[in-house]
Design a protein around this ligand. Structure first.
Ligand SMILES: [Zn+2]
Length: 312
């Protein structure tokens, strides 16, 4: 069995990471995710009210937990479309740990909600689409589920059930303290037996049920507390079963937009369309809906769009 000291020594201080763990029986694996600076940066770029900021934290941290289980390079996207004040919410995570998000919201409708609106008050009725994109040469996977319950994890559990993945559980937490957002998630999942001490399916099932209960016993404060080393939390939860952790992988806010991509889009437009894109100052301003970076182009004498400045 791994000891707390051995676990703790693998942790390098960072507020933004995903850590994989496996219980000693070999049939249960999971993830622990924490986000600090990442969610602060993403939420502040969109200037969101607290309730929407916390909702976005939940989306980002659960998307990061799921993306970390992909066995190939790609992008996992959560996209909500609904009829509430928050009508579109997109959070995407690359398998190398880059997160971004965009939100479309009606601030007037939001202002009529109380201080702590429920998930259903924020998003209304709609769906969550989970997409896995492995690049242009591969098929995209997409699963769609109705938004249900009081949190994104309720909707995800509904999704797991609907897609016959009943052996995954997730618990998320988010808060806002001292001017900073924090988010965290724990997951547990049954995995194919690869050695260990478990001798039969019944015992493996019993281990699974116990792990679900133990994971569920983690408090929001434990999940979020940046001073509580993740490996120590995992040991605290699962010590009777023995737990092995992998070194944490960093997560960060990073967008995939670039001046070159905007330029490619502009080059595909006709001269007439380009003229139509110009503002009164004769500039074409493209603002990334994810990171709010602005790319400003002007038309040269040949009518070709040329980047003149950008803000990130
Ligand atoms: Zn961007």
């Amino acid at each position: 069995m791994t000891t707390p000291d051995q676990l703790g020594s693998e942790f390098q201080a960072s507020s933004d990471f995903v850590m994989s763990y496996m219980l000693e029986g070999g049939t249960i694996a999971g993830r622990m995710v924490r986000l600090g600076a990442t969610v602060d940066e993403i939420v502040s770029r969109h200037d969101l009210p607290l309730s929407v900021g916390l909702l976005l934290c939940d989306y980002l941290v659960s998307a990061a937990a799921m993306a970390s289980t992909l066995k190939f390079d790609g992008i996992l996207t959560f996209q909500t479309k609904s009829n509430g004040p928050v009508s579109i919410l997109v959070a995407d995570v690359t398998t190398d740990g880059k997160l971004r998000a965009m939100v479309s919201l009606d601030r007037e409708r939001l202002a009529t909600l109380g201080a702590k609106p429920s998930l259903s008050a924020l998003v209304g009725q709609g769906y969550l689409a989970i997409t896995v994109d492995q690049g242009p040469d591969m098929d995209r996977y997409q699963g769609v589920v109705d938004i249900v319950g009081s949190s994104i994890s309720d909707t995800l559990h509904h999704y797991f059930k609907q897609s016959d993945q009943q052996d995954i559980v997730i618990k998320t937490a988010a808060d806002y303290q001292d001017g900073h957002f924090r988010a965290g998630a724990l997951t547990a999942q049954r995995v194919a037996f690869e050695g260990g001490n478990v001798i039969n399916e019944e015992e493996a099932l019993e281990d699974w049920r116990r792990a679900v209960i133990l994971m569920g016993s983690a408090t929001d404060e434990e999940i979020l507390d940046p001073d509580l080393e993740p490996s120590l939390l995992l040991f605290r939860l699962f010590h009777e079963d023995g737990v092995e952790v992998q070194p944490p992988k960093p997560l960060e806010a990073a967008c995939r937009c670039s001046a070159g991509r905007v330029e490619n889009v502009l080059q595909s437009l006709s001269a007439e369309e380009l003229l139509h894109c110009q503002d009164e100052a004769g500039q074409i301003v493209s603002v990334c809906e994810f990171c709010r970076s602005a790319y400003i182009f002007e038309l040269d004498d040949g009518g070709r769009a040329v980047l003149v400045s950008q803000t990130r």
